[in-house]
Write a protein that binds this ligand. Structure first.
Ligand code: F6R
Length: 260
């Protein structure tokens, strides 16, 4: 069973994850961090700025994004490339040449997946992978039916995901239909997965991912196959779970030195 940590608010949860990342980069300056975009990780990135302000140094760390829309120009503010630059690279002081985002240029798609996988391999893999979860149960943009062995490739977004993400665009028809995303197989190779979810809209997807059967119909259930997963939730995202008493007891007994 994955470790589940439940916090009162996304702010508390974000600070806990940020403390863990800060500690990790202090211990290993060349940390390879897997970063998600979207709303969920923002409390983590916000809290990491406080660590940078007191001297935690990310200048030797690398970052790999999970996914990119196909067809947005790299400087489009809605692209993952722009979001990672704005939320991670600049405020945390990473070197831009060590920050990688899959290439969503329609001219380069044929080789984009392989090139991205090669970059992860050259960095000796991802140490800590941050994940959000979509209403469809996706992680990165691995929509239901994605193979557990899949690597970085082009995927078509479901209508549900396009509707959910329309809030970042002016209109639904501006949301791209395709993306290039790390596969479930890529994600499972990271050494530590931290899946975060906040708010009531995520409660059912979290329940299916954490307590349901392992099935490609719920791509996030793939985390149950990984040896080191931490699921970090607020009360609302945890509200549909069956074993919350057990998770809370384990959380209260967890020794401080263990980190996440
Ligand atoms: C983004 C990503 C997606 C999001 C998910 C949840 O890089 O990988 O899987 O994590 O769609 O999005 P938010 O956090 O905006 O609710």
């Amino acid at each position: 069973m994955a470790e589940v940590l439940i916090y009162e608010t996304p702010g508390h949860a974000g600070r806990t994850v940020a403390d863990h990342i800060a500690h990790s980069v202090d211990a290993k300056p060349q940390l390879v961090l897997g970063v998600a975009t979207g709303s969920t990780p923002l409390p983590v990135y916000g809290a990491l700025r406080d660590h940078v302000a007191v001297g935690i140094d990310f200048s030797q760390a690398s970052a790999f994004a999970l996914d990119e829309y196909v067809g947005l120009s790299p400087d489009d503010p809605r692209s993952s490339r722009a979001a990672v630059h704005r939320e991670v690279t600049v405020p945390l002081g990473l070197s831009p040449e060590r920050v990688h985002v899959p290439d969503g240029d329609p001219q380069h798609l044929e080789t984009a997946g392989q090139r991205f996988e090669a970059l992860i391999e050259a960095a000796h893999g991802v140490d800590i992978q941050l994940l959000g979860i979509g209403g469809t149960g996706h992680i990165a943009f691995n929509e239901p039916g994605s193979s557990f062995g899949s690597l970085t490739r082009v995927k078509t977004l479901t209508d549900r995901t396009r509707h959910d993400n329309a809030r970042f665009f002016d209109a639904l028809d501006e949301v791209p239909h395709q993306c290039i995303t790390q596969g479930l197989g890529t994600i499972l190779r990271a050494r530590h997965l931290i899946l975060m979810a906040f708010g009531p809209a995520k409660a059912q997807a979290v329940k299916a991912a954490v307590e349901g059967p392992v099935t490609s119909s719920v791509p996030a259930s793939a985390i149950q196959l990984h040896p080191h997963v931490t699921v970090v939730l607020d009360e609302q995202a945890a509200s549909a779970l069956a074993y919350t008493d057990y998770y809370r007891e384990a959380q209260s007994l967890k020794p401080v030195w263990q980190g996440l």
